[in-house]
Design a protein around this ligand. Structure first.
Ligand code: R5P
Length: 262
């Protein structure tokens, strides 16, 4: 691996745990002003010191994130359809030149395996990897689940493996209780989990813990952090699970302590 690629990956993985807490705040790229991100600056800025990287679009980055932040940036470079359209109809929206200009530590895009435009999204991933490799930029592939796609290990394992075969350096997928370890086994690059829809804090911590114990290297979590009643407390609790091997109960206790009114 080239020095630039190693350096960029080294910036997002914690040197002690070799794991990562990515904060996903890119939801507006197809969902518009999502709950919790209606005023992105207010929500995201206090979380920056607690994340290992920020997963975001260029528009939100330029307009809402102070340029002196230390948080490495993973730039979402795919998009196209809105929540009202055909979700798999994505294309590349942001160039590698733009990613470099924004000092991105990596780029990320979705693939829609099994959906109407799966072939285009998968070949787009191959193309992005070709370009990113030229500049030493890691690519995160997201196994998007459209409205009609399943979330079982068979489906997610297929999607993750395809992403890795296309050359993705990290794969973001969803957690499934049954056979998650088989998804990890079948995917030769590190896997981080998306959090999915908001669930109670303890459940989200349990999901993070279970994913880590079954081989995930971290999370790229959004709604379960920024829609929490206390996002700053929640991200710290998630960090404790990912980096310090806290159990879900221990991390929940930490969340409750941090969440107590002072
Ligand atoms: C989809 O909108 C994005 O890829 C998100 O970054 C991803 O789903 C992670 O966010 P969440 O934890 O809210 O699912």
């Amino acid at each position: 691996m080239d020095w630039g690629m190693k350096n960029r990956l080294g910036r997002i993985f914690n040197h002690k745990s070799n794991r990562t807490v990515m904060l996903a705040v890119d939801h507006g790229y197809f969902q518009g002003p999502t709950t919790g991100l209606k005023k992105p600056k207010e929500t995201v800025v206090p979380l920056l010191p607690h994340c290992d990287s920020l997963f975001i679009t260029r528009g939100m980055l330029r307009n809402c994130i102070p340029s002196n932040t230390n948080a490495p940036v993973f730039l979402r470079v795919s998009g196209g359809p809105s929540i009202l359209g055909e979700l798999s109809n994505e294309d590349i929206t942001t160039s590698m030149k733009e990613a470099l200009k924004l000092n991105a530590a990596g780029v990320g895009m979705s693939i829609f395996v099994g959906a109407k435009n799966e072939d285009r999204t998968i070949s787009n991933l191959g193309r992005i990897v070709n370009e990113a490799e030229e500049y030493g930029v890691p690519v995160l592939a997201i196994t998007a689940v459209g409205k009609e796609m399943g979330r079982d290990a068979r489906y997610l394992g297929l999607a993750c493996r395809i992403a890795a075969e296309m050359g993705a350096h990290i794969v973001k997928t969803y957690y499934c209780e049954e056979d998650f370890e088989k998804i990890v086994e079948g995917c030769p690059v590190p896997i981080v989990i998306a959090g999915g829809k908001k669930i109670p804090e303890l459940e989200a911590l349990k999901m993070s813990h279970d994913a880590i114990s079954k081989g995930a290297v971290g999370v790229d979590m959004g709604r379960n952090i920024f829609q929490s009643e206390n996002p700053v407390a929640m991200i710290q609790a998630v960090r404790a699970v990912v980096h310090e091997n806290y159990t879900a109960d221990e991390a929940f206790e930490m969340f409750n302590k941090l969440n107590r009114p002072k």
